[in-house]
Design a protein around this ligand. Structure first.
Ligand SMILES: CC(C)(COP(=O)(O)OP(=O)(O)OC[C@H]1O[C@@H](n2cnc3c(N)ncnc32)[C@H](O)[C@@H]1OP(=O)(O)O)[C@@H](O)C(=O)NCCC(=O)NCCS
Length: 192
C-alpha cells in the first residue's frame, strides 16, 4: 500500500464540519476546557474570525482533513499585538506521527512573517502529548496556573508554554494581517 500523503493549506469556512468532527471527541476530555460541543455555525465563525487575520491551517491526509492548528491574539490590549496563542488538534487516530510538529512549524513560520514575536501554548494537565510537543518544539515552561480549571469532577493545573519566534530585543513593526503577507511566501511555507 502507498504511504499516505500529508498536505497543508489554509482553512476556509467550508471546512467547519470536518474540523468540528476532529475536535468533538476532545470535548468529553480535559484536553480542552470547552464543555459543550459548539454548534456548527459557532465553529464556522471561529474560522471566519481568523480568515485573513491569523493562520488557520488544515492538515489533510490524501485530501481528507485529519488535523488543524491556528493562531489567535493572546490578549486584546494593543500592546499585546505581537503575542499569539496557539491551538492544535489532530484526529485521535492521527496522533503521534510527527504531524503536530509539522503543523506547528508552519504556524510559527506564518506568524513570524506577520511579525509575531512570542507564541504561547496553554496545556490543561495532564496532557503528556501536548507537553511533549511544546517541549520538543523549543518552548519553555514559564509557569503553571494552579487549579485553573474544573472539569470532569477534578481541578486541573494549566501549563503555560512560551517560545520567541522573533527578535524580542528590537522595536517591532506594526503587526500584519496574514492577508497582507506575500502570498507566495505563505504558499511556500504551507507546501514545504
Ligand atoms: C498534542 C498533539 C497536537 C501533538 O501532535 P502529534 O502529531 O501527536 O505529535 P508528534 O507526533 O508531532 O510528536 C511531537 C513530539 O512529542 C513526542 N511525544 C508525543 N507524545 C509523547 C508521549 N506520550 N510521551 C513522550 N513523547 C511524546 C513525540 O515523540 C515527538 O517528539 P519527536 O519528534 O522528537 O519524536 C496531538 O497529539 C493531538 O492532537 N492531541 C489531542 C489534542 C491536543 O491535546 N491538543 C493540544 C491542546 S493544548
Amino acid at each position: 500500500m502507498n504511504e499516505p500523503v500529508h498536505t497543508f493549506r489554509l482553512a476556509t469556512p467550508d471546512d467547519a464540519e470536518a474540523l468540528l468532527k476532529i475536535y468533538e471527541p476532545y470535548i468529553a476530555t480535559t484536553v480542552t476546557n470547552e464543555t459543550q460541543v459548539p454548534a456548527l455555525g459557532e465553529f464556522r465563525q471561529r474560522i471566519v474570525e481568523r480568515d485573513g487575520a491569523y493562520p488557520y491551517i488544515v492538515c489533510e491526509e490524501d485530501g481528507r482533513p485529519v488535523g488543524y492548528a491556528y493562531g489567535s491574539r493572546l490578549f486584546s490590549r494593543a500592546a499585546y499585538a505581537w503575542s499569539a496563542e496557539l491551538s492544535v488538534y489532530f484526529s485521535t487516530d492521527h496522533r503521534g506521527r510527527g504531524l503536530g510538529r509539522a503543523i506547528y512549524g508552519k504556524l510559527f513560520d506564518l506568524l513570524a512573517l506577520q511579525g509575531v514575536r512570542t507564541v504561547v501554548g496553554k496545556v490543561v494537565c495532564p496532557n503528556e502529548k501536548s507537553d511533549h510537543l511544546h517541549e520538543k518544539m523549543g518552548f519553555e515552561l514559564v509557569g503553571t496556573l494552579r487549579a485553573a480549571s474544573w472539569k470532569l469532577g477534578v481541578w486541573h493545573d494549566v501549563h503555560l508554554w512560551e517560545k520567541h519566534i522573533g527578535d524580542v530585543e528590537a522595536e517591532p513593526a506594526p503587526l500584519l494581517r496574514l492577508s497582507e503577507v506575500d502570498s507566495e511566501k505563505v504558499c511556500a511555507i504551507l507546501e514545504a
